[in-house]
Design a protein around this ligand. Structure first.
Ligand code: G3H
Ligand code: 13P
Ligand code: NA
Ligand code: ZN
Length: 328
């Protein structure tokens, strides 16, 4: 059944688990997530970005999610709109049936320029007012995601940053978080604690702690009833990176967020963990390998099935590590 983010994350908080929120763009990704959820008996969060809606077309994306709900009636599903760039985007998603929306007021509507605190409060507050009247949950974001070493925002391909931030923007301030929640009434809050979007998060293999879990604790202590969200939480699997590069790909050496650090975050109030890159890499690696090993094949179902299997494996690993397996 379709449920709201609030309903699911309240249950997660009561039972001390976290939820991966996977980005979806097509049928294979949704199949992969649902097959894994069915096998692990986990609830799911399916989220669509603006890029996903323009790739698939909003009606296709919506009907794919509704097909998943119909096919797996025993699995609770949240249909979440990721990174709404302005209130109108969120209103449109509410109208089309999403059970949860993110208003990302940490950036201006161009989704590149950091905004003022007042702008963030005002746009987010507006969305909460309307969304809650419709039974739809709202995620806000305070602080800007970017590398704590370089200040660079997420990069698409590791070549050329999209923007550089100063250090004060890269960590969410606990005092400001409390004020933001009081003024906006958000159900969930995305925080900046050292993660960044995309595959190129860390240039060296993380040994110790790469995230500011101390900051998660401080924020959680101030706003214990608001569910914390970690964006940019792909682990950038080393085995899939190697497969991609061994079968004709050319990705740079890079490292993601260790699963163990996410699990640490979950112990201290993180309830939603956004993952896109990991499924992209598993799917690309599996397709490259299949086409290399089966040069005569021209039936896309054969390599798309391999991609689905590869993505499903990542989903199962995350459902188990985050503790949501068995919670459906
Ligand atoms: O936060 C961004 C997600 O990874 C979605 O990426 O805009 O390319 O669909 P996208
Ligand atoms: P990754 O790029 O780490 O997968 O993060 C995805 C995300 O935060 C989507 O909102
Ligand atoms: Na989101
Ligand atoms: Zn994000």
């Amino acid at each position: 059944a379709l449920i709201s983010l609030r309903q699911l994350l309240d249950h997660a908080a009561e039972n001390s688990y976290g939820m991966p929120a996977f980005n979806v763009n097509n049928m294979e990704q949704i199949h992969a997530i649902m097959q894994a959820a069915d096998a692990c008996n986990s609830p799911v969060i399916l989220q669509g970005s603006a890029g996903a809606r323009s790739y698939a077309g909003e009606p296709f994306l919506r009907h794919l999610v509704l097909a998943a709900v119909e096919m797996y009636p025993h699995i609770p599903v949240v249909m979440h709109q990721d990174h709404g760039s302005e209130p109108a985007v969120c209103f449109r998603s509410i109208q089309s049936g999403f059970s949860s929306v993110m208003m990302d007021g940490s950036l201006m509507a161009d989704a590149k320029t950091p905004s003022s605190y007042e702008y963030n409060v005002e746009t987010t507050r507006k969305v909460v007012e309307l969304a809650h009247a419709c039974g739809v949950s709202v995620e806000g974001e305070l602080g800007c995601l970017g590398s704590l070493e370089t200040g660079m925002m997420g990069e698409e391909d590791g070549h050329g940053a999209e923007g550089v931030l100063d250090h004060s923007q890269l960590l969410t301030d606990p005092e400001e978080a409390a004020d933001f929640v009081r003024k906006t009434g958000v159900d969930a809050l995305a925080i900046a604690i050292g993660t960044s979007h995309g595959a190129y998060k860390f240039t060296k293999k993380p040994t110790g702690n790469v995230l500011r879990i101390d900051r998660v604790k401080e924020i959680h202590a101030r706003i214990p009833t608001v569910h914390l969200v970690m964006h940019g939480s792909s682990s950038v699997p080393e085995d899939w990176l190697e497969i991609i590069n061994n079968y004709g790909g050319d990705m740079g050496q890079t490292y993601g967020v260790p699963v163990s650090e996410i699990v640490e975050g979950i112990k201290h109030g993180v309830r939603k963990v956004n993952i896109d890159t990991d499924l992209r890499m598993a799917s690309t690696g599996a397709i490259r390998k299949h086409l290399f090993d089966n040069k005569a094949n021209f039936d896309p179902r054969k390599f798309l099935k391999e991609a689905t299997k590869a993505m499903s494996g990542i989903c199962k690993d995350r459902f188990e590590a985050f503790g949501c397996a068995g919670q459906a």
